[in-house]
Design a protein around this ligand. Sequence first.
Ligand code: ZN
Length: 344
Amino acid sequence: MKAVILNEINKPLVVADVELTDLSVGQVLVKVLTSGICGAQLQEIAGHKNNAGYVPHLLGHEGCGIVEKIGPGVTTVKEGDKVVMHWRKGDGIEADFPKYIYNGKTIGGGKVTTLSEYSIASENRITSVPQETPDELCALLGCGLSTALATIENEIDFKLGESIMIVGIGGLGINLISAAQLFSASPIIGVDIHENKREVCKSFGVDIYINSKKENLQETLQDKFGIKEVDIIINTSGNKESIEETLPLLSGKGRYILVGQSKPGESIEIKNANHLFGGNGKSIKATQGGQFSPSEDIQRYIVLHKEGMLKIDNIISHEMKLEQINEVIDLVKKGQAGRIIIKM
Ligand SMILES: [Zn+2]
């Protein structure tokens, strides 16, 4: 079967034939239908996920698939089930890391990987969903969309009508905009360094877009829109300068949520740290996938989508093939994509 392989750190990915191995306790063989891609894969390519010592390895952590075969002990899914493939832990056995054969050698992958035609997943990294659930929705629910919804549900203690700023309008940023709209955030401010994101934000009904490379963020907000501070800031970029620039904009009840991870070893300076004590005392939190709980949350999110409250059509900017993976990575790096879906 074909799989995307991270063969060397900071080198183009390889698409090659890989052999599967027998399933051990708690493992499930999944035929992958669609996969998403997210910033975590860029970090893996750069070796920033403690993974440099494990190459070559398989990649991807949000997908949709059909259960082909179950290993010993598996009870939560059965052959033929449609599943969301997710990196957060759900119900079922935490199996050993999978093994694949590449060029005659054994290589590994995460407890779930999705950028391959088949995947050996740990039972607790897949969740059954109704057969009629759209493939694209399932893939998005594996990471990006679920992280966004869960971050807004679990990390913020959102009050109706509070203002929100989303920094970094990539795939996750777009999902966060949709989630913030469900919670009636107002205004919703989008910030990025690419001019093409202005149109993206507009099409999603974002109230204010600021290109922080062209415009001074603080001055523009104040002079053009009369906004001095923001209740909630979610930063998906992990970028040091962007975190330092936006932190002082927190309101007296402000909550700052870091979703995108910074580079290992990098420091971030809090300018005029005294302002954190203003108002009710402000908070900064680094979230782990918004505490998304696959077993509890996925079904609820599917219902939201079915009822028409959660729209995903314009979240997906590209549909591409596995063989185009290096083009996909380029698009994500250059900030030219919303969410990209890869069809096997
Ligand atoms: Zn992800």
